[in-house]
Design a protein around this ligand. Structure first.
Ligand code: SAM
Length: 519
């Protein structure tokens, strides 16, 4: 039986794609190797969001090939995922010993191509073409790959992104938005629940746009052809096409994304929470006003055995009233929201093509906190976007002080090929990007430490996932607002929803004691 080792770079979507490829290969008789050195096949599932991630994967592959050569081992090697999609054959030109380059719409073909390469029927394979219905192919899970049941699973609901933020390469690597159908997704979630999964995270590059475009289109979007020839630089703003939304059940209102309801002025006067309660009431029984994503959340919520639902990655623009209200009325929807901010400056938000203002973003955080007090709010922020002045950056700092995020993922701006921002004037020097990264990190950590400390002495519900990776004597679980809790536990706790009392905190970690509560 050939053995395979898959290393994943990047986001949860990439983790999920790797899992689906691994499950596909296991079903075909492959075994999963513990290290690259012990494997007949090594696949690197790549990320393109920043140059650093691309260089890491290229260097890693260089090392793997070098080691195999010096040890005179024969190994089939391949790149898959986002960088494979955007660079295509260029990767084999650069590293001629690489055998396979598999694009983001081709994960389901991994076994077929590896069989051909292992049998010597083909020498090199590069496949980065578009393929109809590929969005519905990420569905196999490895849950039973180990003897233990997984408690939590990721489910891919859509592929691609039409947002065209000026800094982002994702529309080029993942293609246009394509969504799976609700029945298809629900069937997968139901099966996972039957196998013991209690928490599901719905995944996509932009989940809040779920179902806004044709589902199961027979004319899939073509991601960038995978070679350097597409590097004709497009300095024009690639505005998201004014394509009409095609919904799965009921047409959305004309506003579509629903951000207009987020004007802070609507809610800061009087009782802030009344607005949410009103909108909750007005939405009940009026299915035609619910976005396809909220319809999907409701359908998954019906599944018996599932206790918790999460989703990532959303766009702030996609949080219409219906989604905010869903937090108030769907108890399985965990009180946790990731709201990628990117910048606190309206001038930069416009240059980034984000489609919201600072005030609208602030209004959204207030609404969510009204809908679900205690909701954990995290974000992504880019520092050093072209043209970012000290004043723009100060506005990001001040917004962070105001919102008090539970955590923030900070990215130093990285110019990406074929994106409008890469050609913008006033690129910020690397030293300034680093310095701003450092300052923002300090602020985020200081705020988060305060927020974590506030949990000391409180009782929280956690879903126990298993032993901690760093210390097997400790078990790890997550609160509903997505904070990691460590406690002295054992196998009997795995998969349980239980209460723990928080005794102390560490860096982005809570330490709990189940004994003093109920176990
Ligand atoms: N759905 C998310 C959104 O609303 O923007 C996009 C997820 S993106 C794959 C993850 C994060 O990577 C982004 O939120 C952004 O902060 C960061 N990112 C994307 N392109 C970047 C670039 N060129 N340089 C630095 N960070 C980048």
């Amino acid at each position: 039986m050939p053995s395979v080792f898959i290393k994943t770079y990047g986001c949860q979507m990439n983790e999920r794609d790797s899992e689906a490829v691994a499950a596909q290969l296991v079903a075909k008789g492959y075994v999963l190797a513990k290290s690259e050195a012990a494997a007949d096949v090594v696949l690197l599932n790549t990320c393109s969001v920043r140059d650093f991630a691309e260089q890491k994967a290229i260097n890693k592959m260089g090392n793997i090939l070098g080691t195999a050569r010096s040890e005179k081992r024969t190994q089939i090697t391949g790149f898959m995922g986002c960088m494979a999609q955007s660079r295509g054959r260029e990767l084999i030109d650069r590293l001629p010993d690489v055998d396979l380059v598999l694009g983001t719409q081709k994960f389901h073909r991994a076994a077929e191509y590896l069989d051909e390469l292992l049998a010597g029927k083909r020498d090199k394979i590069v496949d980065v073409d578009a393929e109809a219905k590929s969005e519905a192919t990420i569905r196999e899970h490895l849950l039973n790959g180990s003897a233990k049941t997984s408690v939590s699973a990721f489910v891919s609901i859509m592929q691609g992104c039409n947002q065209h933020c000026t800094f982002c390469i994702v529309p080029a690597t993942r293609g246009e938005e394509r969504s799976r159908t609700i029945p298809d997704i629900v069937a997968e979630c139901r099966e996972l629940a039957a196998r013991g999964v209690r928490e599901i995270t719905l995944l996509g590059q932009i989940v809040t746009s779920y179902g806004r475009r044709a589902i199961n289109s027979t004319t899939p979007s073509a991601p960038k052809p995978g070679n350097i020839q597409h590097s004709t630089f497009n300095t024009q703003h690639p505005t998201a096409e004014a394509q009409p939304a095609i919904n799965i059940q009921h047409p959305m209102n004309a506003a579509g994304e629903g951000i207009s309801v987020l004007d802070a002025s609507q809610q800061v006067t009087g009782s802030r929470c009344e607005v949410v309660q009103e909108s909750t009431a007005s939405l009940d029984g009026e299915k035609e006003k619910k976005s396809p994503f909220v319809q999907l959340l409701e359908a998954v919520h019906e599944i018996g055995g599932l206790e918790r639902i999460r989703f990532t990655s959303p766009h702030p623009k996609g949080y219409g009233d219906d989604l905010v209200a869903a937090y108030a009325r769907l108890p399985k929807l965990c009180e946790s929201a990731h709201l990628p901010l990117q910048s606190g400056s309206d001038r930069l938000l416009k240059l980034m093509h984000r489609g919201y203002t600072r005030e609208k973003f602030l209004g959204l955080t207030r609404k969510l906190r009204c809908a679900r007090p205690g909701i954990g709010i995290t974000t992504d922020i880019i520092v050093g976007f072209p043209g970012e002045t000290e004043d723009d950056f100060e506005q990001t700092l001040s917004l962070c002080r105001e919102v008090e995020f539970d955590n923030a993922y900070i990215f130093k701006y990285s110019p990406r090929r074929d994106t409008p921002a890469a050609a913008m004037p006033d690129q910020v020097p690397v030293t300034v990007r680093e310095e701003r990264n450092h300052r923002l990190l300090e602020l985020v950590n200081e705020i988060a430490a305060r927020k974590y400390d506030a949990f000391i002495g409180r009782q929280v519900q956690i879903l126990v996932e298993g032993p901690s990776r760093k210390n097997a004597a400790r078990y790890t679980g997550r609160t509903r607002c997505n904070k990691i809790v460590l406690f002295d536990g054992g196998e009997r706790h795995r998969g349980q929803l239980m209460d723990v009392k928080i005794e102390r905190t560490g860096s982005f970690t809570l330490y709990g004691d189940p004994a003093v509560v109920n176990l």
